[in-house]
Design a protein. Structure first.
Length: 246
């Protein structure tokens, strides 16, 4: 039980990668708070995961809801040891086609939400003697892709913020790392409605011969949350079936 006695907050925990990480954390002994905007989906996920998983509705683009989320976690479990900044949006567009609203929505969720939630948990981690912040980046944190200007820019910012925060808080035993997935079978990806030809084309971009599954990310998150990674901070871990190795 690698996460016994640890308390984690996982955003975007109602489905996909966030839910898979929550399941893995609970299996490893953690007490978990999952958050998201869809209360019904959150409650269903928490019921499936078990009594050590508590759902709290939160839109990470709303600072007031971030405060309520952290307060709820501390009130329930008395501490916060792990934060997984997983919530995100992927809205397509080029520099010319993106609206101001889409750009702002992307950065409010993918960047400002990560910063503000991290800021909110840092005092609790410090009081508990340390902690682990795990940010969800993307292969597009360091690579480009067509029609993904806002998303790629936001995930590049997440990677840069990860490294800067790691330097700021290393002496406090607070580690900050980033997981950078390739294409993973989630509701976000399904929303793009790829036809069979497009799907085969994108799968072919992954040398492993398939898209990732949410569970493919959970093991890395467990490692970074556990004491096994005590000397790892400021790092980015690519989990992409070989996509970025080409």
């Amino acid at each position: 039980m690698r996460l016994t006695h640890k308390v984690a907050i996982i955003t975007g925990g109602g489905s996909g990668i966030g839910k898979a990480i929550a399941q893995a954390f609970v299996r490893e002994g953690a007490q978990v708070v999952i958050s998201g905007r869809n209360q019904v989906k959150l409650q269903s996920a928490a019921k499936e995961i078990g009594p050590n998983c508590v759902p709290v509705t939160c839109d990470v683009a709303d600072p007031a809801e971030i405060t309520s989320l952290v307060n709820a976690a501390v009130e329930k479990f008395k501490r916060v040891d792990i934060l997984v900044n997983n919530a995100g949006v992927l809205l397509p567009g080029t520099a010319e086609t993106l609206s101001d609203e889409v750009w702002e929505q992307t950065f409010n969720t993918n960047v400002r939400g990560v910063w503000q939630l991290s800021r909110a948990v840092l005092p609790h981690m410090r009081a508990g003697g340390g902690g682990s912040i795990i940010n969800m980046g993307s292969v597009l944190s360091s690579l480009g892709a067509r029609n993904r200007v806002a998303y790629a820019a936001s995930k590049g910012a997440v990677l840069a913020m990860t490294k800067a925060m790691a330097l700021d808080h290393a002496a406090e035993n607070i580690r900050v790392n980033c997981i950078c997935p390739g294409i993973v079978e989630t509701e976000m990806v399904a929303a793009f409605g790829m036809d069979e030809s497009a799907r085969k084309q994108r799968i072919a971009m992954h040398p492993a011969g398939r898209f990732g599954q949410p569970d493919d990310l959970a093991g890395m998150a467990v490692l970074l949350a556990s004491d096994e990674s005590m000397w790892i901070t400021g790092s980015a871990f690519t989990v992409d079936g070989g996509y970025s190795a080409q």
